[in-house]
Design a protein around this ligand. Structure first.
Ligand SMILES: [Zn+2]
Length: 273
């Protein structure tokens, strides 16, 4: 699981590195080269489930640089379309209802952390507080309507936000190189407000299918969070696989992943054992 990739010097704000959500492009390429030279093979999601000799690359959140990295990985390694999955947050890329932690990072840069606390009705007087952690738990738990009301308070610049995410024509281009998955509409913990979650699991699939002209078979849970009810919604909506963080054996709707920034060293160590 990959989030942001620094393809050019200082192209990714520090907060993503601090929160372990960014990797430099050369490090990503080195890591993939190492996996391949250790004898692993790159394959589809199904390949990785059936055979532990395979790995699959998944990229979450539809960041602008994902198109560039897909082109480059294809050029270097000759990867086939089904070896890389790019999960698109439809709200951020297509319907422009910006949500999720990226919006929060953008807002922190603009307003400062304590001003944000007021927007969310949280009081950060204790210097020990993990402010981002607390804001995150709040932002991913509230309903899309509640978030819309807070969005005004955040004084966001949509121009800056739209520059952060792939747009429709870039997603179409990406679909020619790799597999497109849905990452939902509002990037929140879908186990909250389940009736809205069911709608967005279906709606995001339909919007992406219309955009790229092919079936969307994979759902990637925002923040990796799911429960049996949300897994069932994915199955009912017609997805074939869902990507999570935790893994449940023999459950195609809870496929675990390793975060590249947190687990890179551990994976290499295990391969050498
Ligand atoms: Zn995400």
């Amino acid at each position: 699981m990959v989030h942001r990739i620094e393809c050019h010097e200082n192209s990714v704000p520090d907060i993503y590195f601090k929160r372990n959500l960014a990797i430099k492009k050369d490090e990503l390429i080195d890591f993939i080269s190492n996996l391949l030279s250790e004898g692993l093979k790159v394959g589809s999601v199904k390949n990785t489930i059936d055979n532990s000799d395979y790995f699959h690359l998944s990229f979450d959140d539809g960041f602008k640089e994902h198109l560039e990295i897909a082109q480059e990985l294809k050029e270097i390694f000759g990867f086939k379309d089904d070896t890389m999955t790019f999960a698109i947050n439809v709200g951020n890329s297509i319907t422009f209802n910006y949500t999720g932690m990226d919006v929060l990072y953008e807002a922190i840069g603009k307003n400062g952390e304590s001003a944000l606390g007021q927007c969310f009705g949280l009081d950060f007087t204790n210097a020990e507080d993990d402010i981002i952690g607390k804001l995150k738990e709040r932002i991913i738990a509230i309903s899309p309507d509640e978030f819309s009301q807070i969005r005004n308070c955040l004084r966001l610049e949509t121009k800056r936000l739209s520059a952060l995410f792939l747009n429709s024509s870039e997603i179409r281009e990406l679909a020619q190189l790799a597999t497109i998955a849905s990452h939902g509409m509002t990037h929140r913990d879908l186990t909250n407000h389940p009736e809205i979650s069911q709608q967005e699991i279906r709606q995001s699939k339909r919007i992406l299918e219309e955009l790229v002209g092919r079936e969307i078979q994979i759902f990637s849970y925002p923040e990796g969070r799911c429960n049996p009810q949300i897994q069932q919604f994915c199955k009912d909506a017609g997805y074939v696989y869902s990507l999570s963080i935790s893994h449940q054996q023999d459950n195609p709707y809870c496929i675990g992943r390793f975060c590249i920034t947190n687990h890179r060293k551990e994976i290499m160590r295990r391969l050498h054992e």
